[in-house]
Each structure stands twice: as C-alpha cells, then as structure tokens.
Design a protein around this ligand. Structure first.
Ligand SMILES: Nc1nc2c(c(=O)[nH]1)N[C@H]1C(S)=C(S)[C@@H](COP(=O)(O)O)O[C@H]1N2
Ligand SMILES: [Mo]
Length: 365
C-alpha cells in the first residue's frame, strides 16, 4: 500500500490501465514514474492466455532435451538452491504502439508497458550445468504452463503454449534467472507464480512466465512466438529473412509532463523520464521542446547499472510564448548510437524506439 488516504477526494494508491480484460493486459500510467524500482502493483502485465493456477506443491520444472541427465525439480528444491538478485528493466516489444501512424493492430499500449524490478532466483546456467548440455545444443527453449489459441494470423493448427528460445551462450550467462521473487516478494499469479524466466536486456517476451519446461535443442526453435509473432524482417545479403526479436533497443520516455498537459508560461518545470537499452549502457539524454529542432542535455538520477533503466530529469523553464509545444527525449548509448528518428517498418508493430512526441500546451492557467 503506497498511501493510506481512503477519503473520496484524496490521493489514492495508483493502479493500472486495462488494455484487455481477459487475458490480463494492463499497463502502468507512466506519469506515475517515481522511484528507481517500479512497485509491483504498478508493473505492467502482458499475458497472451488466461493466468494458469499452479499449485506450488504439485509443481515441477522439467529440464530436458539434448542433456546428459534430464531433471525434474520441485519448487522447494529450486528455492533451496543458491540464488541471485538483480535489477532488470522489462519492456514489452509493443510498448508505445499507440503512437504509430497509421494505427496497427495489437494491444494499444501507451508508455506504460515497461517497468524496472528486482528479481531473485536461481541462475538458469546452474540448472543447465547440472543437466549437462550436449555439445551441439544451440538454443534453450523456455515454455510456460499457459495455453490457448493465438488471435493473430497466421494461426497455428490448434492451441499452443507460450514458448520462446534464447541462444545457448545467453542462457549460460549468470544473469539469466529462474526467478521466484519480484521486489522481495513471491511472484504474483499475473507475473508468473511460482517461477518465471528473467532474461535481462531482452524484450519482455523472452522472460517466460509460469515456466514449466526448459528444453535444450540442437536446431533453432521455430515456434509461433519466435517466427509469426515477436519476429522481424532482417536483410541477409539482399534477401529478407525472418528473425526473432531479442535485445531491447535503446529508448527513452518522458513520464512528465503528460500528453496535452497545460503548463504555465515562464515557470520552472521538471521534465522527468527514464531511458534504457538491451545491449549497451545509456550514457546521454537529450531533450527538445521544439519537436527536435534543438536539443539540450538532461541529467541522470541513477548510475549506470546494466539492464536497469536510468531515470533522468531536465529543469525546464517553460516558454514565455503561449502555444503548443512538442517535447521529445532522445538517449545515446555507450556505443555512440542514438535513437532513430522514426519507426522501422521491418519491425512491424514492434520496437517503437524513436523519440515519442509529448505535445503540451503553454497557457496562463
Ligand atoms: N508464459 C508466458 N510468459 C510470458 C508471456 C505470456 O503470455 N505467457 N508474455 C510475455 C511478454 S510478451 C511480456 S512483455 C512479459 C511481461 O511480463 P509481466 O506480465 O510480468 O510484465 O512476459 C512474457 N512472458
Ligand atoms: Mo511483450
């Protein structure tokens, strides 16, 4: 509980915005961004199928496929293993979709399908080492207990479970967790209780919830969520090829002010937001109040911490001239790359990583 005020008009604990009722797809009102860690009750929920109810006593995690010794572990056995805690930002690959013009199908996320939480669990590498990967294993498939019929074409022949793979080398890095806690508490049902994967730096789709099967494969996994959905068109020597989405692109978002907020002229206003990246560190943040014609530097509130976002601010003096102004934020990474000017259509309705315009009004209140 963030606030004890139960009066009718007082400030209330914040909740989420429904994008879809069943399955649960809810986003954070991003203007509620505050602390470095997103409180669990403000963390977005993105589920393709109804939340499965899993009994922690009957629950087993299977590790199989091309391994020396297949494992079946209980929840208690996993909780007794050495654990690690780390902070990681998860962003849904479709976050910001509502900003695309013309509109595209899919959940119409605004800015809130992203959050930064502290995850505790067992490194996946520990389990894979115990099972013993065959030499020719190239990918690790992570499968959840949820099942259903996808809504988007081309539809598979029947109900499928949610499953994604990650390359072997990534799976063996110690930061990939089989997590059972989020922000110091057991996972909630919507966030994957009893166990979920956390793949820091990848778009949220890689962090499979309600994890029940880990399968080592010797062929690249071609499942629905790897090809039809959560894929993009890449170029291979002039030939378009389909590849699975993986690392989050460098991105920044403005939390405050909000779209169409009215601000008083010639006043100080703290523009506030966050920036993150999947395969580099965010090192610079630029802000524009004229739709990108000119840029100034903002300041970071958080140090560099790989795969965790950095909140930033800019102490702005609002224009003296009343009117409509377009604010933009643009991050630069340690690799000297910056956010692109527009959306790349090869990513379809995903990877909305260009600076998103926040239009505000300056007027005497
Ligand atoms: N089993 C399962 N895991 C899943 C999903 C799902 O539908 N089923 N959705 C994925 C997607 S697209 C995202 S963005 C993240 C969201 O995690 P969250 O709901 O905890 O925020 O979970 C991923 N893991
Ligand atoms: Mo997602």
């Amino acid at each position: 509980m963030r606030n004890d005020n139960w009066s009718c008009t007082g400030v209330r604990p914040a909740g989420l915005i429904i994008r879809q009722k069943d399955p649960n797809n809810l986003e954070m009102p991003f203007d509620q961004l505050g602390e470095f860690i997103t409180p669990t009750e403000l963390f977005y929920i993105r589920s393709h199928f109804p939340t499965p109810e899993l009994d922690p006593v009957a629950y087993r995690l299977s590790i199989g496929g091309a391994v020396g010794k297949a494992l079946r572990l209980s929840y208690a056995e996993i909780r007794a293993m050495p654990s690690r805690t780390r902070v990681a930002t998860l962003e849904c690959a479709g976050n910001g979709r509502v900003f695309l013009v013309p509109p595209v199908p899919g959940a119409q996320w605004e800015l809130g399908a992203v959050g930064n939480a502290e995850w505790t669990g067992v490194p996946l590498s520990l389990l894979l080492e115990r099972a013993g990967l065959a030499d020719d294993v190239c990918e690790i498939v992570l499968e959840g207990a949820d099942r259903g019929m996808p809504k988007e074409e081309p539809k598979p022949p029947g109900p499928i479970s949610y499953a994604r793979s990650i390359p072997r080398a990534r799976a063996m890095e110690s930061d990939v967790l089989i997590a059972y806690q989020m922000n110091g508490r057991d996972l909630t049902p919507d966030h994957g209780y009893p166990l979920r994967a956390i793949v820091p730096g990848h778009y949220g789709m890689a962090s499979v919830k309600w994890l029940t099967n880990v399968v080592a494969t010797t062929q690249p996994f071609q499942g629905y969520w790897q090809t039809s959905d959560y894929g993009y068109w890449d170029d291979s020597a002039g030939v378009p090829v389909r590849r699975p989405l993986a690392e989050m692109k460098l991105k920044s978002q403005i939390a405050r002010p909000r779209v169409y907020e009215t601000l008083e002229p010639n006043r100080s206003y703290c523009i506030f937001g966050a920036a993150w990246a999947g395969d580099t560190d965010v090192t610079e943040i630029s802000i524009s109040d004229d739709g990108g014609a000119s840029w100034v530097q903002g300041e970071f509130l958080d140090p560099i911490n790989r795969h965790a976002w950095r909140r930033w601010k800019y102490d702005w003096i609002t224009p003296t001239q009343p009117g409509r102004y377009t604010l933009l934020a643009r991050a630069t990474g340690a690799d000297q790359r910056t956010q692109p000017d527009g959306h790349d259509p090869n990513f379809g309705s995903y990877v909305i990583d260009h600076p998103l315009p926040i239009e505000v009004f300056v007027a005497a209140l």
